[in-house]
Design a protein around this ligand. Structure first.
Ligand code: GLN
Length: 283
């Protein structure tokens, strides 16, 4: 008889042998079985239903070949919202939830008297950031762009499933906003920021879209592009918020100072104490 505990132990060991985090096993099992973790532990020595066992083993086999768990499930959770993910979009990361929380707090602070807040998410991918901002801040009028038509298809589905009102446009960086003559209160982006030559985990590099990961030689290519054109799409009083690489503080500061002289900016840390977000203010 295959108990929950025996199968979990077996796969934890297999994961360990392949340098895959052991936590993946329980995380996958709770999602697949649609049961709470405490409930599984309460019945840990029970027999696992056969259908679940088959599906679990098939999924774990893909995970052991370094496929991300979120791709095996077909979805991921972000800020409490369920997002479809696939090979066309980046799996939203927990650090990006922090970016959203900080943007929402900053919006409250900055736009107390505004009736509406015009906001765009540039390079939206799965649509995760745009959806959270549209859902969590009723004053937001949300736009989202991406160069990848396939990503926009997934983002639209996610917006629909989460009943988020978002205007999507396909196009390169700020170009669709410039073409439409949009003026924003807030510009948000989690652009690709991994330096081209960086060595990354197999589950990321083999399965996630490179168009969403790599930001040129130094990882800063897309910030440069945004900084170059941002004034065309921003109102006089506005702010921009970005996710960034943990080791980009100095280069990012230099870039803001060079390209947007006189702007105030700050770099915030994520929950792991790593430099992760930059906010640039136009007053
Ligand atoms: N944080 C992601 C990673 O390390 C990269 C996200 C991005 O390039 N915007 O995999």
């Amino acid at each position: 008889m295959t108990t929950f505990s025996s199968i979990v132990r077996k796969y934890e060991k297999l994961c360990d042998n392949k340098d895959i985090p052991c936590e993946t096993v329980m995380a996958y099992l709770t999602e697949l079985s649609q049961r709470e973790r405490y409930d599984l532990y309460l019945h840990y020595e029970d027999e696992m239903p056969e259908a679940l066992e088959k599906e679990f083993e098939a999924g774990m086999d893909r995970i052991l070949h370094y496929e991300p768990m979120e791709h095996v499930l077909g979805y991921s959770w972000f800020y409490g919202y369920k997002m479809i993910v696939n090979e066309d979009v980046l799996i939203p990361r927990p650090e990006t939830e922090e970016l959203c929380a900080n943007i929402l707090a900053k919006m409250d602070e900055w736009f107390v008297d505004n009736q509406s807040i015009a906001c765009a998410d540039v390079g939206t991918g799965s649509g995760a950031i745009a959806i959270v901002l549209a859902k969590e801040e009723p004053k937001v009028h949300m736009m989202a762009t991406d160069i990848s038509e396939e990503a926009v298809v997934t983002a639209r589905k996610n917006a629909e499933n989460n009943e988020a009102d978002i205007e999507f446009v396909t196009g390169d960086m700020l170009q669709p906003l410039i073409d439409k003559g949009i003026k924003l209160d807030v510009l948000v982006s989690n652009p690709p920021y991994i330096p081209q030559e960086e060595v990354m985990e197999k589950s990321v590099v083999d399965f996630e879209p490179h168009v969403a990961l790599f930001g040129g030689e130094d990882g800063l290519k897309f910030y440069r592009e945004i900084f170059k054109n941002c004034k065309k799409v921003l109102k006089e009083k506005a702010f921009m918020a970005f996710e960034m690489g943990w080791d980009q503080r100095e280069r990012m500061s230099k870039l803001v100072e060079e390209m947007l002289p006189g702007c105030e900016y700050e770099i915030l840390k994520d929950m792991n104490g790593k430099d992760r977000m930059s906010f640039v203010y136009f007053k």
